[in-house]
Design a protein around this ligand. Structure first.
Ligand SMILES: Cc1cc2nc3c(=O)[nH]c(=O)nc-3n(C[C@H](O)[C@H](O)[C@H](O)COP(=O)(O)OP(=O)(O)OC[C@H]3O[C@@H](n4cnc5c(N)ncnc54)[C@H](O)[C@@H]3O)c2cc1C
Length: 379
């Protein structure tokens, strides 16, 4: 099996001009963001910035124009994302809609659903979240128990989701539910697009170890939804969710989510660091560069219509390890001098607490390594 086979990462158009456009947009808004927000930018919510990105044509970039998109190449979108992440711009509100809910609606949604959600998403004004995990169904999503029963009035939904990032700011949740009573495992699951202002829905934020409220519990108590909330054929939920997960594992967010710390370290030590610091920065940078090449190879494969499932799992697993190591390396380098550099010490402390979650969101190492082993035929 040939992993990361050379596929050129060759986006069309004027890429330097695109990077310049993104940097100018970020520069116009960055005065509002704290350093902590910049190192946690895909869980930082800034509606003004999301709208500005929409107005600049940088959300829904690859979607058809008839749904508010811009019909640009997926590798141009990759470039925009890379810039946003490297600069620590808060993409939290429109992020999920742009990355996975919108593309899923384009693939499986009805015309009515596309018209209802996609143009607002592309404007950076309609936000969506991912309703997969439940208290007893995280890695093992086939154990989902939230039930939707078909009635003459519509779907009746009862159950609970957990760890739902951004739900307290979102308009809708693409939610995995069991639509066939008594069904087991992968069978009988479907996806519903649930408007979160529907009566019977309670969203309760969960405070994480950093004191941040970015994910939530969602409770569904006898929630009545129109029958056309169903996305794709009834019973195809498992297939659709697998496709959704493939969209979220290999992007630059898996190695650039706390890039602000590396940049802060380089700024703090200046042009003539001591040998140990220079070596550490060199090693981190070469790891970062390797991850970037791997991630871009996945993006090129996805753009060519291939399914780099194993490569994406490798990028996520190695990217998580890199991002968890970064604050530990910086901590080991912080001398009295650097500790005087308050921002660096503060950011490092914050990331030491935040980074354990990086290898949970989007799939744990054990689960990813299972995928890799299966893909390599050793399991
Ligand atoms: C910051 C953050 C944001 C998140 N956002 C969302 C979101 O928006 N929407 C959403 O639906 N979910 C979200 N999640 C949930 C996340 O995807 C789950 O936490 C993850 O799938 C793990 O599930 P769990 O917590 O139930 O742990 P479990 O599945 O119970 O796993 C516990 C441990 O057992 C191991 N394990 C489980 N199964 C196996 C196996 N078969 N073989 C070997 N080891 C195994 C795991 O690797 C892990 O170490 C988020 C999580 C975090 C941390």
């Amino acid at each position: 099996m040939q992993l990361f086979a050379a596929r050129a990462f060759d986006p069309p158009g004027d890429i330097p001009a695109l990077r310049k456009q993104v940097r100018a947009l970020v520069a116009a808004h960055e005065h509002r963001w704290t350093l902590e927000q910049r190192t946690n930018n895909w869980f930082t919510f800034d509606a003004e910035f999301s709208r500005a990105m929409g107005a600049a044509g940088l959300v829904g970039m690859t979607w058809p124009k008839q749904y508010g998109g811009h019909e640009r190449h997926s590798l141009e979108r990759y470039v925009v994302l890379e810039e946003m992440l490297a600069l620590g711009a808060p993409v939290g509100l429109h992020w999920i809609a742009d990355r996975q809910t919108g593309p899923l609606l384009l693939r499986y949604g009805t015309e009515t659903q596309r018209q209802k959600y996609l143009p607002g998403m592309a404007r950076g004004e309609i936000y969506a979240c991912i309703g997969l995990s439940e208290p007893n169904a995280g890695s093992d999503l086939a154990s989902v128990r939230t039930a939707a029963r078909r009635t003459p009035e519509g779907w009746r939904v009862n159950g609970q989701k957990v760890w739902t990032s951004g739900a307290h700011h979102c308009h809708a949740a693409l939610t995995l539910v069991r639509t066939e009573e008594g069904s087991q495992r992968h069978a009988g699951l479907s996806q519903l697009m649930i408007d979160l202002d529907t009566p019977g829905i309670t969203i309760r934020p969960i405070v994480d170890m950093t004191g941040t409220e970015h994910f939530n519990e969602i409770f569904f108590e006898d929630v009545l939804l129109p029958l056309d909330a169903l996305v794709g054929p009834e019973g195809d939920g498992w297939k659709q969710v697998t496709a959704e997960l493939a969209l979220e594992r290999s992007g630059p967010e898996r190695y650039l989510s706390c890039h602000a710390l590396l940049a802060a370290l380089i700024d703090a030590v200046g042009p003539e660091p001591d040998d140990a610091t220079a070596q550490a920065i060199g090693r981190l940078t070469s790891e970062l560069w390797t991850l970037r090449q791997m991630s871009m190879a996945c993006a090129a494969k996805l753009a060519a219509g291939e399914d780099p499932n194993v490569e994406a799992a490798l990028v996520k697993d190695l990217g998580n390890a890199f991002e968890q190591e970064l604050p530990r390396v910086v901590q080991s380098l912080i001398t009295d001098d650097l500790a005087d550099h308050g921002d660096l010490a503060r950011l490092t402390a914050w990331l030491l607490v935040a980074s354990p979650s990086f290898s949970l969101r989007g799939g744990t190492p054990e689960v990813l390594r299972g995928i890799i082993a299966r893909g390599l035929g050793v399991r």
